[in-house]
Structure formats: structure tokens, C-alpha cells
Unconditional design. Structure first.
Length: 265
């Protein structure tokens, strides 16, 4: 009888041991799945023109005030469609739930547009810069935006040819790229103003050489604690997990933690 008393707690203890959670990246599917069920809009996949088209079609016939909640799982993508998607979300103003992750353009334009943000257990909200970051990095290096872009793409451009097999015309490329980025920076600023945000500090906090050597392993960018996101003016955020949000495995896997004092003025 005594042996059984010892065996039972050992078995119970063994059954309570859980496999270690392995973080996964949020979806960057080039063909995002966008659905509406009742009062909930779901967006899974990359931020791109396909996603903008799918979202526009999905909400075409919704009643005013119908969408109250949104679920997102996105690793981000392109700025221009991201701004338009963010504008749509700003109109809907849903309570956003992040499954797996919301990164890059998702964090830049979708999350700030929500009425509130809920981060599911072992999910994350993270940034690695917006288009204004190009101007900031250029200024840090004492360069114009044009000079910075030239230096950034020169190595790649040397390996590309135009349809006629000739080297890429770098100056013609820059003639188009510089005003395009400047226009996107203006659109970003207009969207943030429309959202009621004082600035885009959360999106540019870690750009530049000061933080390049802080990323290690598979880290992609940066994130903030719940309290610091409030200090930076983001919508109210809560974490549906155990312990502190910034200690969850996904945050540690993909992000470094920054604080408002780390951010560029």
C-alpha cells in the first residue's frame, strides 16, 4: 500500500509537465484570408495589395457599426497598401485581438487604428521602422535621403540589368524612389494624425545604428511593455497570458525590448 501512495503523486507530477512552447512567426501569406463573421473581421496574411483588395471587398456590404472586433495574424509587408488598410481600420475602430503576431506594417498601421488591443498568450506586437525611418537614418549618417538610398541599394543594383540587358540607371531609379518615399512619409503622418496619435515614436524608436548590434539570433525588431505602449500613446493594450507580456517566448524570440527613453526625439 505504501508503494502506491508514492507512485500516485509521481504520476500526477509527470502529467502536468508541458512541452516547451516554440514561437512561430506570424503569417506573411501573399494571398491574405479576410473574412467577416457576425461582428468580427479576421485578417490573416501579409500586408499587400491582395490584402487591401480582399479587405475592401469583404467590408463592401457591411452595415455601419457592424464590425466591432477584429482578429489579425500578420507579419506585415508593404507600406502603401498598409496605409490604406490602416485607414479602413481607423474608420471601423474595432477592438483588435492579435493571434501569433502583428509585425512591421501591421504594427505600424493596423494596431494603432484599433479601439483597443488584446495580445493573445505567446503572441506579440512588434516594429522595425516605417518610411520616416529612412530619413532618420540618413540624418544620423549626415546624408540626404537620396544619398542614403543610393548607398543602400548600390550593391544590389550592380547585379541587376534592365530588359535590354543594360545596367540599372541608378539616377533614374532615385528620381522615382525619393519622391515616392517622401509621399509615403506624408501619408503616414496624415494617418497617424487622423488616428489621434501625437507622433510615430513607437514605429521609429529603434531605427539607426544605435540598435543594429542589439538584435541577436532570430530577432526581427523591437517591442514595448504594456505600460510603455500606453506611455507612447497607443490604444489600450492587454495581454491574455501568464506573467509579464515582454517575458513571453514569442516576444523574446522575435523582439528586443525598448523603453520610451530609448526612442529618438
Amino acid at each position: 500500500m505504501k508503494s502506491r501512495l508514492f507512485i500516485i503523486p509521481i504520476l500526477l507530477g509527470a502529467s502536468s509537465v508541458q512541452a516547451e512552447y516554440k514561437p512561430i512567426k506570424p503569417s506573411t501569406d501573399p494571398n491574405p484570408v479576410v473574412t467577416i463573421k457576425g461582428d468580427t473581421l479576421t485578417y490573416i496574411g501579409g500586408i499587400n495589395e491582395n490584402g487591401l483588395t480582399a479587405l475592401s471587398e469583404a467590408i463592401r456590404d457591411v452595415r455601419r457599426g457592424q464590425i466591432k472586433k477584429m482578429v489579425v495574424n500578420s507579419g506585415g509587408g508593404d507600406t502603401k497598401p498598409g496605409i490604406f488598410i490602416g485607414s479602413i481600420i481607423a474608420d471601423l475602430k474595432p477592438h483588435l485581438t492579435i493571434e501569433t503576431g502583428c509585425f512591421s506594417s501591421c504594427a505600424n498601421f493596423l494596431a494603432p487604428a484599433a479601439a483597443s488591443i488584446t495580445i493573445n498568450e505567446n503572441a506579440f506586437l512588434g516594429w522595425h521602422g516605417n518610411d520616416r525611418g529612412f530619413e532618420i537614418v540618413a540624418a544620423q549618417k549626415g546624408l540626404t535621403l537620396r544619398e542614403h538610398l543610393r548607398a543602400s541599394v548600390q550593391g544590389q543594383a550592380d547585379n541587376f540589368k534592365d530588359p535590354d540587358g543594360k545596367p540599372v540607371d541608378m539616377e533614374a531609379y532615385l528620381d522615382e524612389a525619393v519622391p515616392t518615399i517622401q509621399a509615403l512619409i506624408a501619408k503616414e503622418a496624415a494617418l497617424y494624425k487622423r488616428m489621434g496619435l501625437a507622433n510615430d515614436t513607437f514605429a521609429i524608436c529603434g531605427v539607426g545604428s544605435r540598435f543594429d548590434d542589439r538584435l541577436s539570433g532570430e530577432q526581427l525588431g523591437w517591442g514595448f511593455s504594456i505600460a510603455d505602449m500606453a506611455r507612447l500613446g497607443l490604444p489600450p493594450v492587454k495581454y491574455k497570458g501568464r506573467g509579464r507580456y515582454e517575458n513571453n517566448p514569442a516576444f523574446k524570440q522575435w523582439l528586443i525590448q525598448l523603453k520610451p527613453k530609448d526612442c529618438i526625439p
